[in-house]
Ligand binder design. Structure first.
Ligand code: GLP
Length: 244
């Protein structure tokens, strides 16, 4: 695990966008695993700016998102489909037919999960997987548990995640209780992983991810075992980490 210290959110975002842009330049038809949340918004802003300048061409890229709330239609502004269109897809020259997000509206949840796993496998798994981290150490929507998850599955969101994500809804009671999430095993199959974290609310999770024991109680800790994982953290998120 390689840790890169950034000064602030903006610096973290530019560094992350540089790595993603390099991936797209090196392999124009690469597969990107993408994340939602506040963490990647600055990264997507930077990628969109470079794309508009002609410096980062998404025309052959395909993308697979980590997760989606159960029951939210793609047009719902709180859905991750909507988030991705707003923050990245509508701003770059990507072919929407090459963008994939779990279908939280399929009444047959098991079929939705199996179909998504088949799609990610057929794509050969991401060349680069971008991840944020939850305050409790979750990645995607893989919550702390007694074992690491494997493929795409339906998750009951924890109280901590409902609380953290309620800022985007009308309070905790309106946050969907369930989500579909790609599993930890699938995340680990990406050839390269890039984790970004900013702010002191992430400091504990960042410490546990990078320096704690590898345990499903902190799902992100398994990334210590990935052969090519880069973590970019700003000063606040790094506040509990040993100084270099
Ligand atoms: C959400 C998403 C994750 C994201 C995490 C952190 O629950 N499912 O993919 O990494 O929360 O979000 P944020 O970046 O907004 O702190």
């Amino acid at each position: 695990m390689r840790i890169i210290y950034a000064t602030d959110y903006r610096d973290m975002s530019r560094k992350a966008a540089n790595i993603i842009s390099a991936q797209v330049i090196l392999k124009p038809d690469c597969v990107l695993g993408l994340a939602t949340g506040d963490s990647p918004i600055g990264t997507y802003d930077q990628l969109a700016a470079w794309n508009q300048k002609g410096d980062c061409d998404f025309s052959q890229v395909s993308t697979y998102n980590l997760d989606e709330y159960v029951g939210l239609a793609p047009e719902n502004p709180q859905s991750y489909h909507y988030f991705m269109r707003k923050n990245l897809f509508s701003r770059v020259n990507i072919d929407m037919a090459n963008t994939y997000i779990p279908n939280g509206c399929n009444p047959d949840i098991e079929a939705a999960c199996t179909e998504y796993d088949a799609l990610v496998a057929a794509a050969g798994y991401p060349d680069l997987q971008l991840l944020g981290i939850g305050q409790n150490g979750h990645i995607g929507f893989n919550e702390p548990d007694v074992s690491f998850s494997k493929g795409t599955h339906c998750v009951e969101l924890s109280a901590s995640t409902l609380r953290a994500n309620s800022r985007l809804f009308d309070g905790p009671d309106s946050v969907p209780r369930r989500a579909l999430s790609v599993g930890v095993q699938t995340i680990m199959l990406a050839r390269r992983i890039l984790v970004i974290a900013s702010g002191e609310t992430k400091a504990r999770a960042v410490y546990d991810m990078c320096f704690g024991p590898v345990t499903p109680a902190c799902p992100a800790s398994i990334l210590q075992l990935h052969p090519n994982c880069t973590v970019i953290i700003d000063q606040d998120a790094a506040s509990l980490c040993p100084k270099e």
